[in-house]
Design a protein around this ligand. Structure first.
Ligand code: PMP
Length: 360
């Protein structure tokens, strides 16, 4: 008996492996918010949990209204998903068929590739310059099969971003039947003033979609809420392929409250940026190579290219109750990604990295 067989392209997929859970110590492997979430979001969730017997609003009306108001955009041009991951899945369903191509930069977010593979489409990687997306390299790889270009800006796991002028140049170089997806999962952390999440562009252009999430700065990763804003035709297509009740009632309620709590967002961004500014130079002083980051994590590169030193560092930190993320799945075996933690966690991280540097 052989049983039902999945499609051949599905068997080619390497399942996504998230950061491991820890009973104690510091989990700094999934770019989560170390400050938790807004107390107002927690309260709204509890209230919504009084009616778990009821289906959620499938259209996420109140949440879309709240997002629209916050960003000054038309709520009818927003679709919500179970995390932005689900939005990417919906894009695959609506726009990709076998033989199609998507383009992402070389060390782009892993889920884009999974989405392509699920649809039997090909994921084309465009080489980066100094671990930063290269507009020219992306444009060079456009073919008549290209359907979607995914750009995480800032990018995970590199922490790099490209200025808005470059995003515009990328868009100008694309045919208008190619969808440009600007993934702004980490947008709220960016301080640089040449940065834009591209909301205006998604409002004006027929082929630009912005995706955002409540998982990062809002600290609601466990609830799985994300959204996309863009052209009516794209939003319409995504509504057609989404599940009837794809975002939970508690998730919608918490997200609405989180959106209204500016002080929590500001506190989270300030904490992150203070700690980025503290950790990066401290690690560099110990002799580590640390890439510039505008997000809530740092990419640390070890001197040997085969990844042995990164593996050793991983084991060394784990023995001290600190879990960070190995980068093998991203083709960066010599690197580890460290999410910014609480001040206390970061103190322990610095002590562990210092001890590792001196351990030989
Ligand atoms: N985009 C990027 C670049 C990410 O790093 C992540 C989370 N790791 C996501 C999207 C997905 O976030 P979520 O599905 O939790 O909204």
């Amino acid at each position: 008996m052989s049983g039902p067989k999945p499609l051949a392209n599905i068997l080619e997929i390497t399942p996504y492996k998230g950061g491991q859970k820890l009973d104690h110590g510091w989990k700094l492997s999934s770019n989560e918010n170390p400050l938790g979430c807004s107390p107002a979001a927690r309260e709204a969730l509890s209230k919504a949990a009084e009616h778990l017997e009821m289906y959620p609003d499938g259209a996420c009306f109140a949440l879309r209204e709240a997002i629209g108001k916050k960003y000054g955009v038309d709520p009818d041009r927003i679709v919500c998903g179970a995390g932005s991951d689900e939005i990417f899945q919906l894009l695959g369903r609506a726009y990709l068929k076998p033989g199609d191509e998507i383009i992402q930069s070389q060390h782009g977010f892993l889920v884009y590739r999974l989405v392509a593979q699920q649809s039997g489409a090909k994921c084309i990687s465009a080489p980066e310059t100094e671990l930063t997306a290269s507009v020219d390299a992306i444009l060079d790889r456009v073919t008549d099969k290209t359907r979607i270009v995914f750009l995480a800006n800032p990018n995970n796991p590199t922490g790099s971003y490209i200025p808005f002028d470059e995003v515009r140049r990328l868009h100008k170089g694309l045919r208008d039947d190619i969808l440009l997806v600007l993934d702004g999962a980490y947008a709220e952390y960016v301080r640089q003033n040449d940065y834009s999440a591209g909301m205006d562009m998604a409002g004006e252009e027929p082929n630009v979609l912005v995706t955002r999430t409540f998982s990062k700065i809002h600290g609601l990763a466990g609830l799985r809420v994300g959204w996309a804003y863009g052209p009516e035709s794209v939003i319409d297509a995504l509504h057609r392929v989404r599940g009837p009740f794809n975002v939970t009632s508690v998730g919608q309620a918490a997200a609405i409250a989180a959106l209204a709590d500016d002080s929590f967002v500001t506190k989270s961004a300030d904490h992150n940026n203070d700690e980025l500014d503290r950790l990066k130079p401290a690690l560099e002083k110990m002799g580590y190579k640390v890439y510039p980051s505008v997000a809530n994590f740092l990419l640390i590169q070890f001197e040997d290219r085969d990844g042995k030193r990164a593996e050793d560092a991983d084991a060394f930190l784990r023995a001290r109750g600190i879990v960070i993320r190995d980068m093998k799945a991203y083709g960066l075996p010599d690197c580890m990604r460290l999410s910014i933690g609480t001040r206390e966690a970061n103190d322990d991280v610095l002590a562990a990295f210092e001890a590792f540097a001196k351990a030989d």
